[in-house]
Design a protein around this ligand. Structure first.
Ligand code: SF4
Ligand code: SF4
Length: 626
């Protein structure tokens, strides 16, 4: 009997799940968690002290200490955003450290993006001639900024930010001091009986958004480009079809791709291939899942031999293990959902964590240290071989080879797109000016199971937008869903409005441009900056909108805070847990246009959300005289 489960926009995935009634995944658990706590949902529950938990109602509008709904909601919200910012800052810190160690000769990995290293060196006024010395100095500039105290402003913000935005942020006094210190003081500020000022806390949210966006997203991308190679536009396979049972298959979950730089290269050496062949496999493959898969796909031109293709997003990962074709899961950051452990146990998949922030209960801990990369790689390869040997004779392999697509367009970045357009953004601006492309919508972020189901809102909204001749740029697990539903293949042009369809068919591109992992939300925002620069306007004047319809986690809230600080309209299909505070809701949805130019739009329905986003684009077009 098929169990009650959450639905997905990916019908073949639903069929696969239904073919395994004994398998428990997030899809089965979601209906059992459908009754939500109203206090938690509105953000009016406080557990900061032993007098609590206090819950705000019309009859009891203040907690025992006197905190009202606005204070409680603001504290909870700032804590959420601080946690999200901390996650991305952890990623950029480790990435910069790995680059530094590589430059010092302690991390045995080749730097694949020397052009980007030169660009960063120039931007940061690094004068070293030697490549390694240049890498060390660039990395140290980033680390120095991250470690500044709160009373010293981050220096690179001046170099990274678009000048009209920088001016605005200075006016608002939201330029961050040292990013980690800002997170630290957000926790202090929101602790028991400290700040009670919701507006001050919201300003702190924007401040954290800036360091999340410029460092956690943008800078991580650029440092990854140096270490792992820059994206190049190409086509690739996606879906479960990428899993080849003849190989020893490894899934990596997380966002810290530089940690697997050594492993990626080692997996395709003769020595490793021989180890695989000795146990009956053809070799090793990394199967893409979550943002690591999206990033490997983005940089696929550099990883043709080791990368199998991207199988799917965060909530596809449990089903991916249930194909039986995966032998090892390496976790290094988030999007390693706890439910994976149950499925891994059932399918006898070995789990290893290489960063303790992603330590799963059933995983072995093998902490990554760049200086010990060869030793760690050796252990990981041996563990994969051993797991393959132990499990393959006992586990049924059931890979739906008709799941996915063969021709997803990938490798789009702010630079590769510019190159594709002929060296500048004029071609895109001309298409926007002529009305062939009405505007640009970034549909980004996570996937969740609650905004109408897995990828249902993201896919539905994207279809609505392209139908209205709005070009969609996507990044994050959203992209994984859009890819597996065919929207990132050139044939999706037929779903677009006549004008956009003509453009896509002429250029051989899909109406959704795939920027890869959630970190690439920073790249998408760079495209907006490039367009604004070319038009000599500030970001709030652009016919460009942002939607994270199926946002999931605290990191997404920090990303969203960056979008709002940039002055972009941001749509969410589910409100953050702030609706219990009138001040917070009004500030975000009504007053923000006067503050940063940004605006939060909550709309839980696909068509009306598309109407609102289109209306903003049309309004901006007329503002520009288009
Ligand atoms: S959100 Fe707050 S009020 Fe609701 S169940 Fe959790 S602790 Fe209790
Ligand atoms: S800090 Fe105030 S609102 Fe929060 S639990 Fe304690 S008494 Fe209640």
């Amino acid at each position: 009997m098929v169990k009650e489960r959450c639905t997905s926009a990916d019908c073949r995935l639903c069929e696969f799940l239904d073919s395994k009634p004994e398998l428990e995944t997030s899809f089965n658990r979601e209906p059992k968690q459908s009754v939500k706590c109203g206090f938690g949902k509105k953000g009016v529950c406080c557990r900061l002290c032993s007098n609590g938990p206090c819950r705000i109602t019309p009859k009891s509008p203040r907690g025992v200490c006197g905190a009202d709904a606005d204070t409680i909601v603001a504290r909870n919200f700032l804590r959420n955003v601080a946690a999200g910012a901390a996650c991305y800052l952890h990623v950029v810190e480790n990435t910069a450290n790995n680059l530094r160690e590589a430059g010092l000769g302690n991390y045995a990995t080749e730097l694949k993006g020397l052009e980007m290293l030169d660009e960063l060196a120039e931007l940061f006024d690094v004068e070293a001639e030697d490549v390694n010395e240049k890498a060390v100095q660039v990395a140290e500039k980033v680390l120095a900024d991250l470690y500044k105290p709160r009373y010293k402003k981050m220096e690179l913000v001046e170099k990274l930010a678009y000048s009209p935005r920088l001016k605005k942020w200075k006016e608002l006094d939201i330029i961050p001091g040292g990013a980690k210190s800002e997170v630290f003081d957000a926790l202090v500020k929101t602790s028991t009986n400290l700040s009670s000022d919701p507006v001050d806390m919201l300003m702190h949210v924007l401040n954290l958004g800036i360091s999340t966006g410029l460092y956690g997203l943008h800078m991580t991308n650029l440092l990854n480009d140096v270490m792992l190679g820059e994206p190049e536009i190409t086509q690739d396979k996606v879906g479960f079809k990428v899993v080849d049972e003849d190989y020893i298959n490894i899934v990596v979950t997380g966002h810290q791709h530089t940690m697997i730089a050594h492993l990626q290269d080692a997996l395709i050496t003769e020595e490793a291939t021989k180890m695989a062949q000795d146990v009956g496999a053809k070799g090793f493959k990394i199967v893409g899942s979550t943002c690591v898969g999206q990033d490997l796909q983005l940089r696929g031109a550099h990883y043709k031999d080791v990368f199998a293709g991207h199988a799917g997003n965060n909530y596809t990962s449990e089903a991916l293990l249930a194909t039986g074709g995966i032998d090892l899961v390496i976790s290094e950051f988030n999007c390693t959902i706890p439910g994976l452990e149950l499925v891994a146990e059932k399918y006898q998949v070995k789990m290893i964590a290489i960063d303790d922030v992603a330590k799963k209960t059933t995983a072995e801990m093998l902490k990554f240290d760049p200086a010990k990369a060869p030793e760690i790689t050796d252990k990981l390869i041996k563990a994969a071989v051993e797991s393959y040997q132990n499990r393959r004779s006992k586990i049924e392999i059931d890979i739906p080879k008709d799941h996915g697509y063969d021709d997803v367009v990938t490798g789009v970045s702010e630079k590769s797109l510019r190159k594709f357009l002929g060296g500048n953004y004029k071609a895109l601006i001309d298409l926007i000016a002529s009305g062939k492309i009405k505007g640009v919508a970034a549909v980004v972020g996570c996937s969740n199971l609650t905004a109408k189901g897995h990828d249902v809102f993201s896919v539905g909204l994207t279809k609505e937008l392209i139908k209205r001749d709005i070009l969609v740029l996507s990044a994050g697990c959203t992209t994984g869903g859009l890819e597996n539903c065919g929207l990132v293949s050139p044939s999706a042009a037929k779903l677009a409005g006549d004008n956009l369809r003509e453009v896509c068919e002429e250029l051989g591109i899909p109406p959704v441009l795939n920027f890869g992992p959630c970190l690439s939300i920073g790249r998408v925002e760079e495209v907006a900056v490039e367009l604004a620069k070319a038009l000599d306007v500030d970001l709030p004047q652009l016919p460009a909108v942002l939607s994270a319809p199926q946002w999931l986690e605290e990191q997404a809230l920090a990303d969203g805070a960056f979008g709002l600080a940039l002055g972009l309209p941001l749509h969410l299909a589910l409100p953050p847990f702030v609706t219990g505070s009138e001040i917070i809701v009004d500030t975000l949805t009504k007053n923000l246009p006067e503050i940063t130019g940004g605006q939060l739009i909550i709309d839980t329905e696909i068509e009306s959300a598309a109407d609102k986003l289109e209306e903003i684009i049309l309004d901006r077009r007329s503002g520009l005289g288009l």
